[in-house]
Design a protein around this ligand. Structure first.
Ligand SMILES: Cc1cc2nc3c(=O)[nH]c(=O)nc-3n(C[C@H](O)[C@H](O)[C@H](O)COP(=O)(O)OP(=O)(O)OC[C@H]3O[C@@H](n4cnc5c(N)ncnc54)[C@H](O)[C@@H]3O)c2cc1C
Length: 468
C-alpha cells in the first residue's frame, strides 16, 4: 500500500493489517465485483451483471434506496411524495441471484490490497466500481448549509418542503408587515437546472396552488429571487433558450438576478454584494463537489474532486478499478463530461459490458458518450429542450420533458403513480404532498404553554422556517 496523499494533503486510506473477505457468503472461484453506490451508474452495472456466469456481485450503498434525483425538486415543492421517486435497491435487484446488497457506508479503499472497508468490515474484490456521486459545495462556507439546504437527498428535499410550507404558515399568522414580507421572500442561489426548477415551482405554487388556501396573506405577493453569479442562467443551454427560460420565470413572478454573487448567508437572509436581502427561506443550488471517497484514494482529482479516469473509465494503474458517474472526470475534446444521469447510465452500461467481455477474453474498448440533449422545466407547463440541434420551448417542451422523465423513472409502480399525481395536479392545480413533517417524534416532554413565554415582537413564537 503506497502512502499517497491527495492534492489537499489528505492521506490516502490505510487498510487494516489483515484484510479478509469477512462478508463473503460463498468462497467460490467466481470473480467478485464490488460496486459502491446504488445511484444511476452503480445500479446500472449491477443490473447488467445480474445472472452473469462466473461473477458474484456486491452492491454497497449507505442508503437503502435508489433515488431518481431529477424529480427531487418535485418532492421539495410538495408535488410528489418521496416514495414516488425512490425505490429500495434490494427490491430492484430481487431477481438477481448473483447480486447481494449491503446497506452501509464505505469509508475507505485500499487499491493495492484490493479491499473495500466500512463498518461492515472488509471486502476483497477482483473488480471495483466506485460510483458514489456528488454533493453540494458551499465554496468554503460550510456554515451556510444550515441556512441554505441543497437538494441531493430525500432528507434535504423534505427539509426544504418543511421550510417552504412553514414560511407560508408563519406569514399567515404574522401581523407585522416587515416580518411577513421576510417570510414570503424565497431566495434560490444558483441558476442551473435545479435552481431554475426550484424557482419555477415556487412561483407556480405561490401564484396558483396556495391562493385558495390562505385567508390573511396573498401568496401572489410572494417574492422569489433566483440569484446567479454568471452572466445568464442555464449556461449549458444556448443563449436563446436561456433567455426564454428567464422570461418564463418572470411570468411566474420570479426575479432573476444574473451577475450577482452571494457573499453571505445567515438565518435572516443573504447578502449579494452590498445588498442585504431579508428572506426566511434560502435554497442552495450552486456548485457541486464529488463524493469524498474519490479524494481519499490519493489519486489526481480535478477542482470538484472528480477522479481522472482513462478512456475505459478505469484508473491508470489499476485497470480493475472503474470510476463512474458524477465521481469521474472523463476528459473529452470539449472538456469533461457533465454530471448528468445519462452519462452515469451509459458509463454503468459500458463498465458492465467491459467486465463481461474481459471474462470472455475480449479486449477492452473506449467509452463514448452519446449525447441525447438536455432539458429543464419551468413551472407546471413550460420547459426548454435542446436535442439533436432541435430547440423546443413552452408546452411542447414540457410534454417532452414529462415523457422522458416518466420513461426513465425506475419501477412500473412509480411511473404509474407519478403520472397519476401529475395528471391530478395539472387538472386541479393541487399539490398533494403538502405536509409539514418535523423530526420530533416523542410525545413525552412536549413544552407546556406556561413554559414557553418567549414570543417575537409581533407575538409569533420564535420559530423560523430555516432553523426550526
Ligand atoms: C436535484 C437534481 C436534479 C437533477 N436533474 C437531472 C436531470 O434532469 N437530468 C440529468 O441527466 N441529470 C440530473 N441530475 C444529475 C443526476 O442525478 C446525477 O448526474 C446522477 O445521479 C449521477 O449518478 P451517480 O450514479 O454518479 O451518483 P448518484 O445517483 O448520486 O448515486 C450515488 C450513490 O452513492 C451512494 N454513496 C455515496 N457515498 C457513499 C459511501 N461512502 N458508501 C456507500 N454509498 C455511498 C449514495 O447514497 C447514492 O445512492 C440532477 C441532480 C440533482 C441533485
Amino acid at each position: 500500500m503506497s502512502a499517497k496523499t491527495d492534492s489537499t494533503g489528505t492521506p490516502a486510506f490505510q487498510p487494516r493489517a489483515e484484510a479478509s473477505d469477512v462478508l463473503a457468503i460463498d468462497r467460490s472461484s467466481d470473480k467478485h465485483v464490488v460496486i459502491v453506490g446504488g445511484g444511476f451508474a452503480g445500479l446500472e452495472v449491477a443490473k447488467r451483471l445480474a445472472g452473469c456466469p462466473g461473477l458474484r456481485v456486491t452492491l454497497i450503498d449507505r442508503r437503502n434506496h435508489h433515488l431518481f434525483q431529477p424529480l427531487l425538486y418535485q418532492v421539495a415543492m410538495a408535488g410528489l411524495s418521496p416514495a414516488e421517486i425512490a425505490v429500495p435497491i434490494r427490491s430492484l435487484l430481487r431477481d438477481a441471484n448473483n447480486v447481494r446488497v449491503i446497506a452501509a457506508e464505505v469509508t475507505g479503499v485500499a487499491l493495492d490490497a484490493r479491499t473495500v472497508h466500512g463498518d461492515f468490515g472488509t471486502l476483497l474484490y477482483d473488480y471495483l466500481v466506485l460510483a458514489t456521486g456528488a454533493q453540494h459545495a458551499y465554496f468554503g462556507h460550510d456554515e451556510w448549509e444550515a441556512h441554505a439546504p441543497g437538494l441531493k437527498t430525500v432528507e434535504q428535499a423534505t427539509e426544504i418542503r418543511r421550510r417552504v410550507l412553514t414560511a407560508f404558515e408563519l406569514a399567515e399568522r404574522e401581523t407585522d408587515a416587515t416580518r411577513r414580507r421576510q417570510y414570503l421572500t424565497f431566495v434560490v442561489v444558483g441558476g442551473g437546472p435545479t435552481g431554475v426548477e426550484l424557482a419555477g415551482a415556487l412561483g407556480e405554487m405561490s401564484r396558483y396552488t396556495l391562493t385558495r388556501d390562505f385567508r390573511e396573506i396573498d401568496p401572489k405577493l410572494t417574492r422569489i429571487m433566483l440569484i446567479e453569479a454568471g452572466s445568464r442562467i442555464l449556461p449549458s443551454f444556448s443563449e436563446s433558450l436561456s433567455s426564454r427560460a428567464t422570461r418564463d420565470l418572470e411570468r411566474l413572478g420570479v426575479q432573476v438576478w444574473t451577475g450577482s454573487r452571494v457573499t453571505d448567508v445567515n438565518a435572516t437572509g443573504v447578502r449579494v454584494g452590498d445588498e442585504r436581502i431579508a428572506a426566511a427561506t434560502v435554497l442552495w443550488a450552486a456548485g457541486v463537489q464529488a463524493s469524498a471517497l474519490g479524494r481519499s484514494l490519493g489519486l489526481p482529482c480535478d477542482r470538484q474532486g472528480r477522479v481522472h479516469v482513462e478512456a475505459d473509465t478505469s484508473l491508470a494503474d489499476h485497470p480493475e478499478v472503474f470510476i463512474a458517474g458524477d465521481l469521474a472526470h472523463f476528459a473529452t475534446e470539449n472538456g469533461p463530461l457533465p454530471g448528468v444521469a445519462t452519462v452515469a447510465l451509459q458509463q454503468g452500461r459500458f463498465i458492465a459490458n467491459t467486465i463481461r467481455d474481459e471474462l470472455e477474453g475480449r479486449q477492452r474498448g473506449s467509452f463514448r458518450y452519446f449525447d441525447k440533449g438536455q432539458m429543464a422545466t419551468i413551472g407546471r407547463r413550460r420547459a426548454i429542450c435542446e436535442s439533436y440541434g432541435v430547440k423546443l420551448t413552452g408546452f411542447a417542451a414540457w410534454v417532452a420533458w414529462l415523457l422522458v422523465h416518466i420513461y426513465y423513472l425506475t419501477g412500473f409502480r412509480n411511473r404509474l403513480f407519478v403520472l397519476l399525481s401529475w395528471a391530478w395536479s395539472y387538472l386541479t392545480f393541487a399539490r398533494g404532498a403538502r405536509l409539514i413533517v418535523g423530526k420530533r417524534w416523542q410525545s413525552y416532554g412536549e413544552t407546556a404553554p406556561a413554559q414557553s413565554p418567549r414570543r417575537s415582537p409581533s407575538g409569533a413564537p420564535p420559530i423560523q422556517p430555516g432553523v426550526g
